[in-house]
Design a protein. Sequence first.
Length: 223
Amino acid sequence: MTAPTTVNLTKASPTVSLDKHGVTSGLIKVNLNWTSPRAAASTAAGEARGLFGRIRASMRSAAARDVDLDLGCMIRCTDGTKTVVQALGNAFGAVDRFPYVALDADDRTGALATGENLVVNLDHQSEFQKLLLFVYIYDGSGDFRGLDAVVTLTSDRGDRFRVLLDECPPQAHACAIALIKRQKGELVIEREVRWFTPQDGSGVQDVISRAYRLGMKWTPGSK
C-alpha cells in the first residue's frame, strides 16, 4: 500500500481521482479553516509590546470585523433525490443514514483551530450522483479577501486534497468550492472555486444551485 499523499488542487491541475489514490470507501472529512480579521487582530494585540503598541493593537482589534463562514454540501442522488447539509435550518445531516453526509460543528467566529467539518460516507458513494461543496458568509461584512480560507479533504488513511479559496473578487460572499462526482467511471474531486455575489432577494444557495442546474427549491431558514 502506498503512503498517504497531499494533493493541491489548482487552476492548472483542478481534478484528482480518488480511485487512483485508493480512496473508494470509508469516511472522508472536509475541513474549512479561515482566519477571522478580529481573531487575527486580537492575537496581534496580545503579542504587542509596549504600552502604546498594545493600545494601537487593541484599537485595531476592536475595529476589526467578525465573519461567520458556513460550509455546506448540496447533494444530488442517482435516484433524483436532492438535499443539502448545512448549519442553516439545522440541516446537519447524518453519516450512518441518508444523506450519508454530516456537518459536525458551526464555527461562528473563525477562531476554532478545528474550523468547520463535513464528513462524507464513501461506503454509499453509489447513491451519490454529485456532491457540491460550498461556503458563504452567513454573518459579517465584506468578502473573502484576507480570510486565508482553505478547504482540505482528508481520507481515513490520511490522504489530503487541498483547495485554496483564492482570487476572490470584491464583494463576493459565496463560493462553490469543489464537486465530488463520477467521471469516466472514477470518483473524482474537481476544483471549482467559483465566486458568487447574489443580488438582493436571492439567497446564495438558490443562486449556486441554479448555476449548477441542481434543480433544488429553497425556503428561508435560520440557525
